[in-house]
Structures are given as C-alpha cells and as structure tokens.
Design a protein around this ligand. Structure first.
Ligand code: SF4
Length: 378
C-alpha cells in the first residue's frame, strides 16, 4: 500500500496548483498551495496511473513501461481522511489517468470525494480534476462535492496539441468540456472557481501565444487561474530527451499572467522578444515601464488604482494602502510609502510625491522573484 501511495502521490507533481516553488514541498506528494487567502497542505494524488491514451510527454501514457497502480475509492478516501485527522494535510487534489473509459474513471473520482463529504463529513478543501470529454451530468455531480474543478487543456491550440497527443481533440475533448464547466460555474460558482493547465516547453509554442490564449480564457471561460506546468522530460517516453522548461520561463509567465489577469494589461502591452518569448533577464512589468517612459512620473497623490499598479515597486496591496491613506490626507514624504512596504529605490524613477521627485536611492540588488504568493507583481 505504501508503495502505491508513494507512486501515485509522486505523479501529482505534474498537476500544478500554485506558483512554481522550488523548495517548500512538504513530502513527495504534499504541496503548499494558496487557496483563497490561506495556504493549504495539499495532498496531490492520482486515482490510477492506468491510461488508455498515449500523450507523448506523459508518465502515465499507455505504452510506457512502468508499474501500474489503482486505488479503490474507499481505500483512497480512508487514506486521505486519516492524514487529515492527523493534521498532516488539509486539502485534497485528486487527478487520474483515464482507465478504460473517461466517464467511468470520472465517476470513481467523484465517488472518492463523495465518500469524504458524506461518510466522513470532511468539510475542508477539495480540488478535483475533470477528465477530457466527460458527460455534463458528471461535471454537475462533481460540483456538488468539490471546491475547485479543473480541466487540463495542455496546449494553446489544436496544432500544438497534435504535437503532444495524437488522440485528444482540442475543440471536442478539451475546449468543449471546459465550456461546459465554465457555463455550469457561471450558473452557480464553485467556492474556489475553475482552473486549467497548459504544459509549457514541449510543443514549441511561444510565450506570446500562451499569454494571448490565457487572456482569451480569462475573458471568455470564467477561469480563475491558468497554471503553467513547465515540461519535465520523463524517462521511457518519446520526449525523454527533450530539454525541460526553465524555472525562469515559468516565473516570467506567471508574472505576465498576473499583469493580464489582475492589473488590466493587454497581451499586446506585454514586452516579448523577437521570437515572441518573455525576456528572462527582467520582469515584464519593469520592462513595460522602461519602454513607456511617457507614462511616468505619476503623482502618487493623484494616480488611479490601475495607474498605481503600473509602477514598478507597487503591487495590489500597496496600491490599496496608498488609496486608503489618500482618503485621510496627503502623502507628503517617502517615509509614508516606506511604512506601507514600498521599496523606494524601485519606485523612485516613476513617481512624484506632492509634485517633487524623490532623491535617487542607492540601488539594492534585485530580488529574483517579483511576485508574491498572494497574486501580485511588485
Ligand atoms: S490522457 Fe492524461 S494521463 Fe493519459 S496519457 Fe494523456 S496526459 Fe497522461
């Protein structure tokens, strides 16, 4: 049993549920994940790694020579509940390969979470994966028990999908299922919304195509988040010799994603290089500011919320605090900004305080990561 748990738990690494952390993983299958305004210890696991499909990159593909395991639905519910009781985990992320038939596997996955809700009265977080092409009644059923549902689109269009999977049909199996999910979520929203995942770096799509597609999904499919799963080559698959997607590329995609999702940037405003990829040496918001000098300096006492968000060094939280201070009076010194956590050396070239420029600050070494775990770029 331990072997099975370890194996099907470790395969959860391919399911992304948060920004690409490099270090905080608790065990090989328990991950910290931001859910709403808290961080949950998420147990990621597959119901089975049997799969009738043969996606080229996937560890579960039918033709891969590897051990195959499956959980019984009661067994998996009991394992998870016992970990939850011991406070080892406080959330479940259940995914699966497609064993025999998508509807049948989906039904079993729903049984696991139904047992947790009904038999064990478990009332904490559940994220359930929806399998490609499943019937609508199963999505409706899954919605009863899950806090979040997601469907992996894997790619950004049918041409790129063909390069990684011969069997899946982008419109029929994937976008159509996501549309059903989205329509049902619009009728009665899930507590933690619906999400999707694309694999980055195995079918040569560029970042502009990825970010434009994400923008389209945010606008039309009521998606809470698009996750970018950096390609990891898996032994004994046709893609075993391909290079992995770099950590930095994933970080830049998440930064650009926050800009289009929360900061009202258009994909056409995001700076891309000649090949249509994000620059790896600098974050997209800083680059945008450098290329749009005419937008600055902004008077900190007058700039509107979304103008403030365009200033390198100011994220959602500091913009909100600035507006709050302005309701009560004027910002007349940089100390006020320092007190609310604004890094003066970063905002200095871009703002005026009460009509005056701030004196140039000594440059501090750049932070490597310009986003926070709670969804902002500063
Ligand atoms: S359908 Fe999913 S689990 Fe099966 S091979 Fe494709 S990506 Fe892997």
């Amino acid at each position: 049993m331990q072997k099975k748990l370890k194996y099907l738990g470790e395969l959860g690494i391919f399911e992304v549920s948060d920004y690409p952390y490099q270090k905080e993983k608790y065990t090989s299958f328990i991950y910290p994940s931001v859910c709403g305004d808290r961080i949950v210890k998420l147990f990621k696991v597959l119901l089975t790694n049997n799969c009738i499909f043969n996606c080229f990159y996937c560890a579960n593909r039918k033709d891969r020579d590897c051990p195959r395991y499956s959980f019984d639905v009661y067994e998996l519910a009991e394992i998870f509940y016992s970990m939850w009781q011991k406070k080892i985990v406080n959330g479940l992320f259940l995914s699966s390969g497609i064993d025999i038939d998508n509807n049948q596997t989906q039904d079993k996955m729903i049984d696991v979470i139904k047992i947790l809700r009904k038999k064990y009265n478990y009332n904490d977080y559940i994220h359930l994966k929806i399998l490609p092409g499943v019937d609508e009644y199963l999505i409706k059923k899954a919605k009863i028990y899950a806090d979040r549902l997601s469907l992996n689109l894997e790619s950004v269009n049918s041409l790129y999908l063909k390069r990684i999977s011969k069997e899946k049909n982008f419109s029929k199996n994937l976008l159509n299922t996501l549309k059903k999910l989205s329509d049902l979520n619009k009728e009665k929203p899930l507590k933690n919304g619906i999400t999707t995942q694309v694999i980055v770096g195995c079918s040569e799509e560029n970042d502009r195509e990825i970010i434009s597609f994400s923008y389209y999904l945010y606008k039309n499919y009521d998606i809470s988040r698009v996750y970018y799963s950096g390609f990891i080559p898996v032994l004994k698959t046709p893609f075993e010799n391909k290079s992995p997607c770099s950590f930095k590329r994933q970080i830049r995609l998440y930064q650009a994603d926050i800009l289009i999702r929360k900061y009202k940037f258009l994909p056409s405003e995001i700076p891309f290089d000649k090949k249509g990829n994000l620059y790896l040496n600098k974050d997209p918001k800083s680059l945008w500011a450098e290329k749009n000098k005419e937008f600055f300096p902004l008077e900190i006492n007058k700039a509107e919320f979304y103008q403030l968000l365009k200033i390198p060094g100011i994220g959602i939280k500091s913009a909100q605090k600035i507006l709050k201070i302005r309701k009560e009076g004027k910002i007349n010194s940089e100390d006020i900004l320092k007190k609310i956590g604004v890094r003066i050396e970063r905002v200095q070239p871009y703002i005026l305080i009460d009509g005056k420029k701030i004196e140039k600050q000594k440059e501090k070494k750049e932070n490597k990561v310009y986003y926070t775990i709670f969804d902002e770029v500063v």
